[in-house]
Design a protein around this ligand. Structure first.
Ligand code: C2O
Length: 535
């Protein structure tokens, strides 16, 4: 184990894309930001200094931060933001995890440009459970707007109006040659025939699940969300915002130039596909005048592909990397996902879009919840979040008004230390054309089941996969369907649970778990660092 230190300077820089230059917030003037390379077992200290006129905080997405929510990063959940002119050191251990994760700003929509990869190499002497690749490459998928993203989010949050769609998707910050003025802004990966490469693919887009593929080449999935999987081969993969997927690509085609492409999965047929990001897989020695070919990706509304793809994901579950899914459950939670124009007083008389869990739309506090919890400050949040929706109804049937009486509040759920939790997330039919990728901070969880329609415990629970379910930190809840996850609440703290479509988070599709301290001296939240930002 070693100590790895990084300096992150938050600074504004002019960047030009799609024929326009605009100032964006960056880390160290780079877009996307620097990759954090560490090894399993390392201690990491990242000093973030804010030189920009925006408050910031950084989240290390997927790192468990055992007993150490102080380093988790979501603004007003675990910390107050780092203000202009101040610094904060994120100090954490990388224990029991290896693979691809990522970091991003966790305040408003700043993560549109403030994001980068985290690569955790396995411990020395512990090889990958798959053939050693010739080289590895980080592939960050993202979105680009002409407009100032912070202005867009304010408009979206105040009016509850859908945001402008982004103007391009990007691969490593570059839209690729199908967009104007983007010849230079094209990600090119050089390969040699006969060799195998590891791609660490991250969806850092704000609001779109994406299909990704490479013309003429299949991909072998070996890991999701920094957990090894049973390997399987596919022409296209589906990746939701927040998720990561490692694939092996064998350069076994006629030497040439092949497009890699990313475009949205939406559950609706997009009129024209003018938003596809492309990069190029280029065999060594091929002149760059040779035109590449495009991959065949599923149609934007191919939910059957999405469903099949997700069903193929299985944890490795080997003696070395076992799958410890809880077999018995101490606490059953059932949360409905609602998204509608509401008639509540806070909803501008039904003109504002609100998003809710169990009819509760989450309001951000003005001070950080973790501090309020640790120092026992009263009046910041309540722990009365209901385990079930107020009244069961036909969640995915004919339109009902049962879910329209949304209330607002900073309401959390208290979870006993080390208890086993099952959470079923149920989509409702109120207004949804997209699946919701839910992310839980502080934990990995096991995706034991998913289905279309209303969750039926008597019928669906017996069909759970309790052998090798995928273990991850972000999972899609299908449109008009449900997803069941399980985890053991062994990490004390306040842990954010939210939809990773940033537009929905802003509308209130979020809550948090307060996991209580355990009885042991080493089972409680660690004391806060001295430089923890103040509100
Ligand atoms: Cu990747 Cu709460 O976020």
């Amino acid at each position: 184990a070693a100590l790895k230190t990084y300096q992150f300077d938050i600074q504004v820089k002019n960047v030009s894309r799609l024929c326009h230059a605009k100032p964006i917030v960056t880390v160290n003037g780079r877009f996307p930001g620097p990759t954090v390379y560490v090894r399993e077992g390392d201690r990491v200290q990242i000093n973030v200094t804010n030189h920009a006129q925006y408050n910031v905080s950084i989240h290390w997405h997927g790192l468990k931060q055992y007993r150490n929510g102080w380093a988790d990063g979501p603004a007003y959940i675990t910390q107050c933001p780092i203000q202009t002119g101040s610094s904060y050191v994120y100090d954490f251990n990388v224990t029991g995890q290896r693979g691809t994760l990522w970091w991003h700003a966790h305040i408003l929509w700043l993560r549109a440009t403030v994001y980068g990869a985290i690569v955790i190499l396995p411990q020395q002497g512990t090889p990958f459970p798959f053939p050693k690749p010739e080289r590895e490459e980080v592939i960050l998928l993202g979105e680009w707007w002409h407009a100032d993203v912070e202005k867009l989010v304010n408009k979206a949050n105040q009016l509850g109006s859908p945001p402008n769609k982004s103007d391009a998707h990007t691969i490593n910050g570059k839209p690729g040659p199908l967009f104007p003025c983007s010849e230079k802004h094209t990600f090119v990966m050089e390969v040699e025939q006969g060799k195998t490469y590891l791609l660490r693919i991250i969806n850092s887009a704000l609001n779109d699940e994406l299909f990704f593929g490479i013309a003429g080449h299949s991909m072998t999935v070996v890991e999701v969300d920094a957990v090894y999987t049973k390997s399987f081969t596919t022409q296209a993969l589906l990746i939701a915002p927040g998720q990561t997927t490692n694939v092996l690509v064998h350069a076994n085609q006629i030497p040439g130039r092949y497009f890699m492409a990313a475009r949205p999965f939406m559950d609706v047929q997009l009129p024209v596909d003018n938003n596809t990001a492309t990069g190029i897989l280029e065999y060594k020695g091929i002149p760059n005048t040779v035109l590449p070919t495009l991959p065949h990706l599923p149609k934007s509304n191919d939910s059957a592909f999405a469903f099949r793809y997700n069903k193929r994901l299985r944890s490795l579950n080997s003696p070395q990397f076992p799958t410890n899914v809880p077999l018995q459950v101490d606490r059953n939670l059932f949360y409905t996902i609602g998204l509608a124009r509401n008639s509540c007083p806070a909803c501008l008389n039904g003109t504002r879009l609100m998003a809710s869990l169990n009819n509760i739309s989450f309001t951000m506090p003005e001070t950080a919840l973790l501090q309020a919890h640790y120092f026992n400050v009263k009046g910041v949040f309540k722990t009365d979040f209901p385990d079930q929706p107020p009244k069961p109804f036909n969640y995915t049937g004919a339109p009902l008004t049962a879910n329209l009486k949304t209330t607002i509040g900073t309401r959390l759920s208290k979870i006993a230390f080390n208890s086993t939790v099952e959470l079923v997330l149920q989509d409702t039919n109120l207004l949804s054309v997209e699946s919701h990728p839910f992310h839980l901070h502080g934990y990995n969880f096991f995706v034991v089941g998913t289905g279309i329609g209303n969750f039926d415990p008597g019928k669906d629970a017996p069909k759970y996969n309790l052998i090798d379910p995928p273990e991850r930190n972000t999972v899609g809840v299908p449109t008009g369907g449900w997803t069941a996850i399980r985890f053991r609440a062994d990490n004390p703290g306040v842990w954010f649970l939210h939809c990773h479509l940033e537009i929905h988070t802003g509308w209130g599709l979020k809550t948090a778990f307060v996991v209580e301290d355990g009885p042991g001296a080493d089972q409680g939240i660690l004391p806060p660092p001295k430089d923890l930002p103040k509100c």
